[in-house]
Design a binder for this molecule. Sequence first.
Ligand code: NAP
Length: 272
Amino acid sequence: MAEVSEKQTAIIGAGVMGEALLSGLVRAGRRVDRLLVGEKRAERARELEDRYGVAVVGNAEAAAKADTLALVVKPQDMGDLLDEVAPRLRAGQLVVSLAAGITTGFIESRVPEGVAVVRVMPNTPALVDQGMSTISPGSHCTDADLAEAESLLASVGKVMRIPERQQDAVTSISGSGPAYIFFVVESMIEAGVHLGLPRATASELVIQTLTGSAAMLRETGTHPTVLREQVTSPGGTTASALRELEIHKVRAAFLAAMEAARDRSRQLAEGS
Ligand SMILES: NC(=O)c1ccc[n+]([C@@H]2O[C@H](COP(=O)([O-])OP(=O)(O)OC[C@H]3O[C@@H](n4cnc5c(N)ncnc54)[C@H](OP(=O)(O)O)[C@@H]3O)[C@@H](O)[C@H]2O)c1
């Protein structure tokens, strides 16, 4: 098992993704006294203190005390947050941003010289330690900084290093991807109900089919086209279904949807 980092780490913004990261770090064996959380709402702060035994402090205090700061606020809140914490930051600290579309350049222009920046695109399966995170270094980031960011995200799933120019495309696959999969699951359950199955039966069938298919992809390493062909007998039931998906241009819809997500990520970057 990888050595657990002893660096003081602060998570600022403990919403869905921030809490996923916090809980993953605790499960991965990070000492709670080496973790800090920056959270504005008193009620939410108490909830996190009770649930994880972690200290919740003001953002400025978190910025001053931490070696590594994970910023997990919405992209549109990032400018205000950086204005708030920048005066407390110093060279040698590491800022890891999990916000969609926020570039390392944007962050570097707002923090003191010598603060290392890493950009991450995580996804929500991090909640169950099955996340997929991509990380990209900023302009003055050492290998040790990148390794520290990697170990942070490795507590909630897989991590891949990619060039920052690929982050917008990645956002449209793994960042937003869980929503597409849930959309497909919802659609199949609804269809099952239309075909007369009880909702609970349809749900169980769809969820197990999804997890079984994912396990096949992962464990066999076989190309998805080959796996699909194995289920598609000539003139059979699956072939009839797939024909309808082609007629309804589902493949083209995925391309258009993912282009839209990529473009929105770029827009967020331009707006920031
Ligand atoms: N959810 C996803 O699937 C996903 C996937 C990939 C990347 N991300 C990225 O992760 C980031 C967070 O997303 P999320 O879904 O976790 O959003 P979220 O649930 O809304 O969490 C954001 C949290 O940040 C807090 N916050 C805002 N400004 C703050 C400040 N100045 N100081 C301290 N806390 C502050 C918010 O508190 P209040 O509620 O009190 O304002 C909220 O608890 C986003 O940038 C997003 O692009 C999310």
